[in-house]
Design a protein around this ligand. Structure first.
Ligand code: SF4
Length: 352
């Protein structure tokens, strides 16, 4: 019942988008970031590396566990599949176990994105309240290349940790979807193939993607061709569907949004922040085909599953992208395959 109400909320906000409403009810919190610290320094990550076009300047901090619990208590009605990693390695949080037990208390489904280095140290708590999804960032099986790319990573530890989770799954002790993400970039073509081979016939899903520029923070041309996965113009629906809460208690509109949030939860409630003029102006520019006028969207190049929509229209119920949303919502999860949507947009849906 709770899940159905939440799906209805998503559909409601998509319809508000079509009706060009900028003042809308809160729908979903997609992430509550436990920490934005990380124990790796991947060369293309603007959070922990300075050798990028525009490094992240937000202070590195762990969310106070009391604050985390209070956010869950106040806003759990907006939470499902909440990602607790966002731009940090969540296993570094000193109160990680307590955070998971709090999610359990409020029966909030959650997911983790990880570099995989510390998973093995937290197996017990993951079994106590398993995530729906855990995604490992794994670029290569070659230890030297992995180390060069991540500065501190050890790919053998990551692989051992994946195996530990697979064993739990096989024994029926968790039912977590394990996703392995590899990146198509120059010099890593064979590595991607080897990752695919290694995981063939294992109980994991693969996500082979390309880098995005984090809205202009990273020069992705350094890493090879990306054009087939990027788009010049789009109608982005993220500001209608969800927000992310950073470890600084700031409210961010999407995964690309960094440094200055819209506002902090210690100043205003989420409901107030969600409809502040600055938030509504971001929506207004998107509706008016002027999303590049939004400071945070001005260099956004990414094509992200679940963030694309057709031009707002009273005929939305005949729009293929809208119908796909409804269909994937009824099925219960978003498709990982974004190629169909991208082809449609490239075929002219993005025309102003
Ligand atoms: S256009 Fe890009 S930066 Fe703007 S809200 Fe959408 S994903 Fe975020």
């Amino acid at each position: 019942m709770k899940e159905t109400i939440k799906k209805v909320g998503t559909l409601r906000n998509i319809i508000y988008y079509q009706l060009k409403r900028t003042s809308i009810p809160v729908n979903r919190i997609a992430g509550v970031e436990l920490t934005n610290r990380c124990n790796q320094q991947c060369s293309f990550c603007p959070v922990n590396t300075k050798d990028v076009t525009k490094p992240v300047t937000r202070e590195q901090m762990d969310m106070d566990i009391g604050e985390f619990i209070s956010i869950l208590e106040k806003y759990n009605k907006y939470m499902r599949d909440v990602n607790i990693s966002h731009h940090g390695e969540c296993f570094l949080h000193p109160d990680f176990n307590e955070a998971i037990l709090s999610l359990k208390k409020y029966r909030i489904s959650y997911s983790i994105t990880t570099n995989g280095s510390l998973v093995g140290e937290h197996i017990d708590i993951l079994e106590e309240y398993p995530p729906d999804l855990i995604m490992f960032s794994l670029y290569t099986l070659n230890p030297d290349k992995f180390k060069t790319l991540t500065k501190t990573g050890d790919v053998n530890i990551v692989l051992r940790n994946v195996e530990k989770l697979l064993k739990l799954k096989k024994e029926g002790r968790i039912n977590t979807r394990i996703l392995i993400r590899a990146i198509k970039m120059d010099g890593f073509e064979e590595d991607v193939e080897k990752v695919k081979e290694y995981f063939l016939n294992k109980d994991v899903d693969l996500n082979i993607s390309v880098l995005n520029s984090w809205a202009g923070r990273v020069d992705i041309t350094r890493y090879g061709t990306h054009l087939e996965h990027t788009i010049d113009f789009k109608y982005c629906i993220q500001p209608w569907l969800h927000c992310i809460i950073g470890s600084n208690s700031g409210v961010y509109i999407c995964n690309n949004h960094e440094d200055e949030p819209i506002e902090y939860l210690y100043n205003k409630s989420l409901e107030e922040i969600w409809n502040l003029k600055s938030y509504r102006d971001i929506r207004k520019n998107i509706l008016n085909s002027e999303f590049r006028n939004n400071k945070i969207c001005s260099e956004c190049d990414s094509f992200i599953s679940g963030c694309m929509m057709g031009k707002p229209s009273a005929w939305f119920f005949m729009d293929a992208v809208f119908l796909r949303y409804v269909w994937s919502g009824l099925k219960g999860k978003n498709s990982e395959d974004t190629s169909g949507q991208l082809a449609e947009f490239k075929a002219g849906k993005e025309v102003k």
